[in-house]
Ligand binder design. Structure first.
Ligand SMILES: [Zn+2]
Length: 440
């Protein structure tokens, strides 16, 4: 514990009469992600004014399971907004002066330049709360009115959605990943819009490979991700990707993880080697079918592309019903038919509504687990296109993304819709949530 300014709020309080107040633990900060040590002594006045409110703001967000906090100054006031499982919630308010101090405090804790104003900066700080470790990424963005906006992204190091299982891949999907990565062949790509978890999906796929049987090499930047049993390969200066992969193949690599694919040049180089090694990467594309189409476009050689693209994945996160307060109901046959669930489905679940006391007419207190939100955590819906022989023909003949999508669907590929309905049938999520995600 580096910034051990007392473990609880009580220690920071004076002798005020607050015996009735429950003792609340606060988050502890454990050093900047970039290793820069925070000079708290030189900023004693700021620490005095801002460390406690900073810890309180972060604690509130962690207690509410937020993945993001945004602090914005509007006039003389400041407002925090939280994102919990992708949904917006209002956080605490504070005066402008305090918000400015909190932003400065987080700059120092995150290893950023506190004196620098009006410049975009990104840093981060390690934290611990209730025996769970977190990584907070802090982003400072200058605003037109001269203030700064703070965004803190929170990564729970215990629940990271790291493995295929955590992300929501079924046994069958996991078996498919193992099969696809077992034959030193083909490009497997994780596709999606920016910020949709493309990298998370890619690393979950990598985690799905049997590392005891196959050697995995990486020339991608893993960020803060922990890579287990993956060899980080040093690229020689001046070597292009094809040359580097050639060197890895001489070292008996089975699978290579490369940087995100963004252009035709990279695509062409990867396609030249993908008949002898499994290449895994990520790219920005609307969905799996668009990813495949884009790779074929960039390759400049549809015939070759059609033989080396093996699979494309895409994921969308959906909220999980809170198991403490979800409500079971018996769906009527019309509803089942309308949404496409099997007629024999006996029970579905929906978000729990607060019970109203008949005598007093007052609502019971909200569910303790989810705080009355009705949902707790998220899981991925997964879309998978495994390129079959008939899809290869379609790709070679210049099929559009839509044609690829329709053909993949008719072959029974896993679509978002199908995977989402599975989650509804399993009681993990609700039809309302499924509808919300598709509308978004
Ligand atoms: Zn609940």
């Amino acid at each position: 514990m580096i910034f051990g300014f007392g473990k609880s709020r009580d220690n920071d309080d004076d002798d005020e009469d607050e015996d009735d107040e429950e003792e609340v633990d606060l988050v502890n900060f454990q050093g900047a992600l970039n290793g820069r040590s925070a000079d708290l002594a030189a900023n004693a006045r700021l620490v005095q004014a801002a460390l406690l409110p900073t810890r309180e703001m972060i604690t509130d967000a962690l207690e509410r399971r937020a993945e993001m906090i945004r602090l914005e100054i509007k006039g003389e006031k400041a407002q925090t907004a939280l994102s919990v499982d992708g949904m917006p919630f209002a956080g605490s308010r504070m005066p402008k002066q305090q918000a400015t101090a909190v932003i400065q405090m987080l700059k120092i804790l995150s290893g950023l330049d506190a004196k620098l104003k009006g410049k975009h900066q990104v840093g981060g700080v390690k934290a611990e709360f209730n025996e769970i470790k977190y990584e907070l990424t802090t982003e400072i963005a200058p605003q037109a009115d001269g203030t700064e906006r703070l965004t803190v992204r929170i990564r729970n190091m215990k629940h990271k959605l790291d493995t295929p299982q955590e992300l929501g891949f079924t046994d069958a999907s996991r078996a498919m990943i193992r099969q696809l990565t077992s034959n030193r062949h083909g490009i497997i790509v994780s596709c999606g819009p920016v910020g949709s978890g493309v990298t998370t999906t890619l690393y979950a796929l990598i985690r799905g490979i049997d590392v005891y049987l196959y050697s995995i090499y990486s020339i991608a930047d893993p960020g803060s991700r922990e890579l287990i049993n993956i060899k980080l390969f040093e690229v020689n200066e001046g070597d292009d990707i094809e040359t580097s992969i050639g060197r890895m193949m001489r070292e008996e690599a089975d699978v290579v993880l490369v940087k995100p694919i963004r252009d035709a040049d990279t695509t062409k180089q990867l396609m030249n080697v993908a008949d002898r090694i499994t290449v895994m990467s990520e790219m920005t594309a609307k969905d799996a079918a668009n990813g495949i189409w884009q790779l074929a476009e960039w390759s400049g050689n549809r015939e070759l592309a059609s033989t080396v693209i093996d699979a494309a994945y895409s994921t969308k996160l959906i909220r999980i019903l809170c198991t403490s307060c979800r409500e079971a109901f018996r769906p009527n046959p019309k509803l089942l038919e309308k949404v496409g669930l099997p007629p024999e489905t006996k029970v579905l679940y929906r978000k729990g509504e607060p019970m109203v006391d008949e005598k007093t007419g007052e609502e019971d207190p909200p569910c303790e687990k989810c705080d009355g939100i009705g949902y707790y955590g998220r899981v991925a819906m997964i879309e998978t296109i495994v390129v079959s022989d008939s899809l290869r023909k379609l790709i070679a003949s210049g099929g559009t993304a839509d044609q690829i999508k329709v053909a993949a669907r008719s072959e029974g590929c896993l679509t978002f819709h199908k995977d989402g309905l599975r989650l509804v049938a399993e009681g993990k999520t609700s039809l309302e949530e499924l509808q919300r995600v598709f509308k978004a």
